[in-house]
Design a protein around this ligand. Structure first.
Ligand code: ZN
Ligand code: ZN
Length: 291
């Protein structure tokens, strides 16, 4: 079993080669980005914050010089891809061809203004090797052409980013239970959404089968995953600023973990401030004793 540690916001994390570090740089309808890496390699999952914000927020968490070897895109909504073009141009000015991994459907749906030069096509359901990483693109139900959730694995440590999904199909529930750390969407409180300011068609879109997860739906999936015993840390992400509160999302997650009898730790992945920096250590393999 891996053992995660949480670094207080003001302490730069010590990044060891046998660990994975995870931080949500921002999560919500105004921009999403998650950094996952170790001392030598790093991946960005989505880039819906500006390039400047991504680097500034990484710096505030002690990751100023942390590497980004690839950008993994979940889908073409602007809150997930807004900085593709700028990050791509910045890398090319430094002589790097930074790959942007996405499904062909997402690539086709990209706004041409943010389209990067180096798109590497991936197929939902087909894992791939990228440097030291095994990358798993999982199909999710959302109202875009070919959306995916990303699971990243290295040395047996597994981290997943599961946001922007209208419900949790069996495969998604299965994969959630295999993760050490998950960013999981807790988008809206159903009552707040129904009583709130959104026009009816938008309410229908958000709560639809290809919209966003309610606190209740996410909590149900979390309960099942946490009950399986592996999930050590969950970051509650993509909270709606109109139709949710941090307290409601937290309470729903906390109750789900209690029902599961699990010890999963809860963190918030909010819009304007980076999350806790989580470091997950690889399990220590006992050395055989020679007599
Ligand atoms: Zn989104
Ligand atoms: Zn979306």
């Amino acid at each position: 079993m891996s053992s995660p540690t949480v670094h207080p916001a003001h302490t730069p994390p010590v990044i060891a080669a046998d660990s994975l570090t995870v931080v949500s740089l921002g999560s919500g309808s105004r921009g999403n980005a998650t950094w996952i890496g170790d001392g030598a390699h790093g991946l960005l999952i989505d880039c819906g914050l500006s390039h400047r914000q991504i680097r500034t927020r990484m710096a505030t968490r002690g990751l100023a010089d942390a590497p980004i070897d690839a950008v993994l895109i979940t889908h073409e909504h602007s809150d997930h891809v807004g900085a593709c073009g700028v990050i791509d141009r910045h890398a090319r000015r430094q002589g790097l061809a930074l790959p942007f991994l996405m499904t062909p459907g997402t690539a086709d749906g990209l706004n041409p203004k943010v389209r990067p030069a180096s798109i590497q096509a991936v197929e939902a359901g087909v894992p791939l090797q990228f440097g030291p990483w095994t990358l798993e693109p999982w199909r999710i139900p959302h109202d875009t052409a070919d959306p995916i959730a990303w699971v990243v694995e290295r040395d047996g440590l597994r981290v997943g980013v599961l946001t922007d999904l209208g419900h949790t199909p069996r495969a998604v529930r299965h994969v959630l239970a295999t993760l050490d750390v998950a960013v999981l969407e807790f988008n809206h409180d159903e009552e707040m959404l129904l009583d709130g300011p959104y026009p009816w068609p938008l309410k229908q879109r958000v709560r639809g089968r290809h919209g966003h997860l309610s606190n209740a739906a996410a909590a149900e999936a979390l309960e099942q995953a946490a009950g399986a015993g592996r999930l050590r840390d969950v970051l509650l992400g993509h909270l709606s600023q109109e139709n949710n509160t941090e307290e409601l999302a937290w309470r729903a997650a906390d109750a789900a973990i209690a029902r599961a009898g699990a010890a999963t730790r809860i963190h918030l992945a909010t819009q304007d401030v980076p999350s806790d920096v989580l470091t997950v250590q690889a399990p220590q393999v006992a050395q055989p004793t020679l007599f």
